[in-house]
Ligand binder design. Sequence first.
Ligand code: SAM
Length: 199
Amino acid sequence: MPTINDTSAFFSAALRQPGVIGAIAPSGPVLAGTLASVVPMRDKPFVAELGPGTGPVSRAIGRRLPPGGRHLAVEIDPELADRLELLCPDIEVLRGDAAELGPLLDGVGVARVDAVVSGLPWSLFPEAQQRAILGQVCRVLAPGAGFSTFAYRFSTPTPGGRRFRALLHEHFEEVVVSRTIWRNFPPALVYLCRRPFDA
Ligand SMILES: C[S@@+](CC[C@H](N)C(=O)[O-])C[C@H]1O[C@@H](n2cnc3c(N)ncnc32)[C@H](O)[C@@H]1O
């Protein structure tokens, strides 16, 4: 569960940059755990997280990640990035735009990752930005690696929500849609994707 400090950090970021945060509240534990389910639990996997915010999904990733794994989190909001780095020293925080995922990972000597977990507010992004980020995700996924992301249930029938789902099918051979996670505010669903077409 988010702490009072998490919630206040989230709201102050949302007030500072409403067009970047794109959520009413941090993800709840069931949503966070479902998103983290693509993280391998064996060997020493590399995981990229996009938009960690106050870290609810980061903590779910940390619970799965075996010793020796690397958790690289790309956060565009400088204050949230500083906070995450302070509170979660095991996470390598990369400050920047998820649309630069490949170059950001190159900068820390990582070419491919074993999972990408996204907390990004896709419905706020124009199509060009959605395509740019998905292209980078496909570029960095190792063979067999999974990509997870979420959408609020209310947003899925909107034109932006439908366009995003179509883009996932355009980029991935396999797109599995979870049941609605009602125990989240707002209710959400998770897309679990594998085998990018242009890998
Ligand atoms: C909806 S919040 C989700 C936060 C957290 N993952 C959660 O589930 O509670 C979106 C997060 O994505 C970050 N973000 C938005 N656009 C981004 C971008 N282009 N690159 C990296 N991070 C971005 C925001 O700053 C914010 O932390």
